[in-house]
Design a protein around this ligand. Structure first.
Ligand code: SAM
Length: 257
């Protein structure tokens, strides 16, 4: 029974991975936002080391590479994403500066105080925001930076439909002041926070999914797991357009004390 469950789970995981492999980014974001978040980070040189955790296929990593002189390691759980990531580095001639490795964010291979910057867009929720900022801190030098984007509430209260959806999807979703407090408590100076513009969700995330969804439904016609997955993605997009004044992604930049 558990073997059967594992293989069903594995099958669904592969479907999700295939779906998102067809996209430039696997979460809301944009090159402008990556560059803006980077503008709060000081002192990066050619000797500096950056880790991009939960890098996916590397959309934001390539932007980092084009805007810093530093060495970058992208880490992601899924080998398919890392294969695309490394092929992208080759194509852009960034292979001497950027490397993708398969690994899990709860068991990172970096040495203590090795890193000058930890980057993570739309991915820290996989370990949990508070756990991530606390556990990853040891890899940073004193005075080094962490920059993560995280789904956050804009208001103290919100309609039950959106509250229920997000609390089910990610129970640690919280307000911006609460996240900033967690950053300070974890031993960082909260340097900056800013809300990602709406186009990071619409033009850059949900709109490109439409054609991917059409192709996916054709390829997996009659496959319940694939159809349910697409339905869930579409529901998430509908909820965003209905409730976007209540939540969004927020970039948090902190400096290790
Ligand atoms: N940073 C990319 C972006 O913004 O386009 C990807 C964001 S996507 C929403 C979350 C990423 O976290 C996925 O690429 C997923 O494979 C990765 N991920 C999930 N669990 C992980 C883990 N335990 N360790 C490392 N990466 C993980």
């Amino acid at each position: 029974m558990s073997g059967e469950n594992t293989s069903i789970h594995e099958f669904e995981r592969n479907l999700i991975c295939e779906y998102f492999s067809n996209m430039e980014r696997q979460g809301p974001g944009s090159p402008n936002v990556t560059v803006k978040a980077l503008s709060f980070v000081e002192n990066l040189t050619a000797e500096s080391k950056i880790a991009d955790i939960g890098c996916g296929t590397g959309g934001q990593t390539m932007v980092l590479a084009n805007n810093t002189p530093s060495q970058i390691t992208g880490v992601d759980l899924f080998p398919t994403f890392i294969d695309i990531f490394n092929a992208r580095c080759q194509k852009l001639n960034l292979q001497d500066k950027v490397t993708g490795v398969v690994g899990s964010m709860d068991n990172l291979h970096f040495r203590d105080e090795e890193l000058d910057l930890i980057w993570s867009e739309g991915a820290i929720y996989n370990i949990g925001f508070e756990r991530g900022i606390n556990e990853w801190r040891k890899f940073l030098k004193t005075g080094a930076f962490i920059a993560v984007s995280e789904a956050s509430w804009f208001t103290d209260e919100r309609p039950a439909e959106i509250e229920d959806f997000w609390v089910n999807a990610y129970p640690e979703i919280d307000t911006i002041p609460q996240k900033v407090r967690q950053i300070q408590k974890a031993g960082y100076i909260p340097v900056a926070t800013f809300v990602l513009p709406e186009n990071c969700w619409t033009d850059r995330f949900y709109t490109p999914q439409r054609s991917v969804q059409e192709n996916f439904l054709k390829k997996y016609a009659g496959n319940k797991a694939a159809e349910d997955f697409i339905e869930y993605q579409r529901y998430e997009a509908v909820l965003y357009s209905k409730y976007k004044h209540y939540y969004g992604y927020v970039f948090y930049i902190g400096k290790k004390i």
